[in-house]
Design a protein around this ligand. Structure first.
Ligand SMILES: [Zn+2]
Length: 479
C-alpha cells in the first residue's frame, strides 16, 4: 500500500424536495402504491410535452451557490439515450453539455487538517423508475416496474478527482450532505435513496500524476459502506497490478454482506449514450436578479456556523466541526445554549453521553424525546449541586427512555446528592473500618489506594455523595 495512492472522484445524486416532478405535476411523495404518482408526461407517452419545474432550477442554483460554484446563466438539457425498462422514454433527460453550475469546491477536515476538494460541476436530471423482483433479479420469473420515482428531480454533483483516501471520501460526502441539508432543498435520507453516491477510483504509484484506468462503484447507501467499499477496491486494484494484471474499466457493485465489490458490467463510455440536445425544452437563461435573490436567501452554512462557534463561544475547532455536521445537532445545540449559556459544557454533553445514547437507541437528535430545555435543566441541576455529574448521566439515560423532566426523575428515584458532611463522614468511617488493608497501603505511601476508597464510598451511597466532599473528608481522616 505504501508505494500506491488512490485517485477518487465521487458522483452524488440528490433527490430534490419539490412537491411535483421535473417536467409534470405528478407527486414526488415517497412510497405510495405502485404507479399512482404518474401521468402521460412522466410515463413518456408519445406526443406529450415536458414543462420545466421552476422550483427545480431554483433548488439547483441554491445548491450550486452553497457549493461555491459558478452559476451558468445559460444551460441546456440533453437526451442521454439508452434502453432500460425503468426509463419509459428510452432516454434520460439530463444536462450533459452545459450544466447549470460548475467549478465549485468544499472544504473537508481529516485528521485535524483541512483540505479543499474541487467540484467539477452540478447538473439537473430526472430519476429512473424502479424494477421490482420476486427474490433476486436472477431468480425472479418476471420484472414488475413502478414509475412513481420516474422523473423525480435530481441534481448530480460531480467532484474533481481530488480525493486520495477512503476517509477523505467519507468526509467529503458528510460535508456535502451537511451543506445540502442546511439549504433545505433535500432531506438527504440515504436509506430512502434521496442521497446516493457512486465512486470512480483508480490507483497510481505515490507521487505520480498519471491517471490510470478507473472502475466505478455503485450502490453505496451509507457513509460506512462508501468507506469500506473504497478500502476494499483499493486493495483489490493493487493486488491486480502487483500480480502483473491490468485493471479493467467496469462498473462494480458493493456487496454489503460479503464486504466485497463485484463486477456488474463493462463501463459504458459517454459516447455510447448518443447524447444530443433535448428538442422539446428551450435553453435555460437565468436572470442575474433572480440568482442574486436566491443567493441572498441562503441560510448560514456549516463552515460559517463552525467559525461562529469558535469565535463567539470559544469552542475548539473539533467540537465546532462535529456540532455543525448536521443541521439538527447544530440547531439543538443552539437551543440548549439559549437556556444554559455555557457552550463548552453543552458541547461536551451533546458530543459525549447524549450522542452515545442516541446511537445506542438508533435515534436522530431531532427524534429524541429529550427537549433542549430539558437538557438545559439537567445541567442546571448539576450546577446547583442537586445531583453529581455522574448521577446526571443516569438521569439522562432515563430522560431518553421516558421523556420525563430531570427534576421529576431525580425526585422519583431519590437521586438528590448527599451534601451533608455528617452523613458522608459516618459512611466514610464504615468504609475505612471495612478496608483496613487499603488504609494501611495509603499510609505506607501507596496513594493509589485513595481511589479505591473513594470508589467504595460512592458505591455505599449509590453514587449520591458529593464527590468533592468525599475526597476532602477522606483525606482528612487518612492523615
Ligand atoms: Zn407525471
Amino acid at each position: 500500500m505504501a508505494q500506491w495512492e488512490a485517485v477518487i472522484g465521487l458522483e452524488v445524486h440528490v433527490e430534490l424536495k419539490t412537491n411535483t416532478k421535473l417536467f409534470c405535476n405528478s407527486s414526488t411523495e415517497f412510497g405510495g402504491d405502485p404507479n399512482t404518482h404518474v401521468c402521460p408526461i412522466c410515463l413518456g407517452m408519445p406526443g406529450t410535452m415536458p414543462v420545466l419545474n421552476k422550483r427545480v432550477v431554483e433548488y439547483a442554483v441554491k445548491a450550486g451557490l452553497a457549493l461555491n460554484c459558478r452559476i451558468n446563466r445559460y444551460s441546456t438539457f440533453d437526451r442521454k439515450n439508452y434502453f432500460y425498462p425503468d426509463v419509459p422514454k428510452n432516454w434520460q433527460t439530463s444536462q450533459n453539455y452545459l450544466p447549470i453550475a460548475s467549478k465549485g469546491y468544499l472544504d473537508i477536515e481529516v485528521n485535524g487538517s483541512s483540505k479543499r476538494i474541487g467540484i467539477h460541476h452540478l447538473h439537473m436530471e430526472e430519476d429512473a423508475g424502479k424494477l421490482v423482483h420476486q427474490g433476486t433479479i436472477i431468480s425472479s420469473p418476471y420484472s414488475l416496474v413502478d414509475y412513481n420515482r420516474a422523473a423525480v428531480p435530481l441534481i448530480e454533483i460531480v467532484s474533481e478527482p481530488d480525493i486520495r483516501t477512503p476517509e477523505e471520501a467519507r468526509a467529503y460526502l458528510e460535508k456535502l450532505k451537511a451543506i445540502i441539508q442546511y439549504t433545505g432543498i433535500s432531506d438527504c435520507k440515504m436509506e430512502e435513496g434521496s442521497l446516493r453516491c457512486d465512486a470512480n477510483i483508480s490507483i497510481r504509484p505515490r507521487g505520480s500524476d498519471e491517471f490510470n484506468t478507473k472502475t466505478e462503484i455503485k450502490n453505496m447507501n451509507s457513509f460506512r459502506a462508501l468507506q469500506r467499499a473504497l478500502e476494499y477496491e483499493i486493495e483489490r486494484q493493487i493486488d491486480v497490478v502487483e500480480d502483473g494484471g491490468e485493471v479493467v474499466s467496469e462498473t462494480r457493485t458493493w456487496d454489503e454482506d460479503k464486504g466485497v465489490t463485484l463486477s456488474m458490467r463493462e463501463k459504458l463510455q459517454s459516447q455510447d449514450y448518443r447524447c444530443f440536445p433535448e428538442p422539446d425544452l428551450p435553453p435555460i437563461v437565468l436572470e442575474e436578479k433572480w440568482v442574486e435573490e436566491i443567493k441572498a436567501g441562503l441560510p448560514e452554512l456549516p463552515d460559517a456556523r463552525k467559525a461562529r462557534y469558535v469565535d463567539r463561544y470559544g469552542l475548539p475547532a473539533y467540537d465546532a466541526e462535529v456540532l455543525t455536521l448536521t443541521k439538527e445537532t447544530s440547531d439543538y445545540f443552539e437551543e440548549v445554549l439559549e437556556h444554559y449559556p455555557q457552550a463548552k459544557t453543552v458541547s461536551n454533553w451533546i458530543m459525549g453521553d447524549f450522542s452515545r445514547l442516541m446511537n445506542e437507541n438508533n435515534l436522530e437528535i431531532s427524534d429524541s424525546s429529550v427537549s433542549p430545555v430539558q437538557l438545559a435543566d439537567l445541567l442546571k441541576l448539576i450546577d446547583k449541586g442537586t445531583i453529581s455529574g455522574k448521577i446526571a448521566k443516569t438521569v439522562l439515560e432515563e430522560m431518553v427512555k421516558t421523556g420525563k423532566d430531570p427534576v421529576k426523575i431525580v425526585e422519583e428515584k431519590g437521586l438528590v446528592q448527599i451534601t451533608d458532611e455528617g452523613e458522608i463522614s459516618r459512611i466514610i468511617d464504615e468504609v475505612l473500618a471495612n478496608n483496613p488493608k487499603s488504609v494501611a497501603d495509603y499510609r505506607s505511601g501507596k496513594t493509589k489506594a485513595m481511589g479505591f476508597l473513594v470508589g467504595q464510598t460512592m458505591k455505599a451511597t449509590k453514587g449520591k455523595a458529593n464527590p468533592e466532599l468525599v475526597n476532602k473528608l477522606l483525606k482528612e481522616k487518612l492523615q
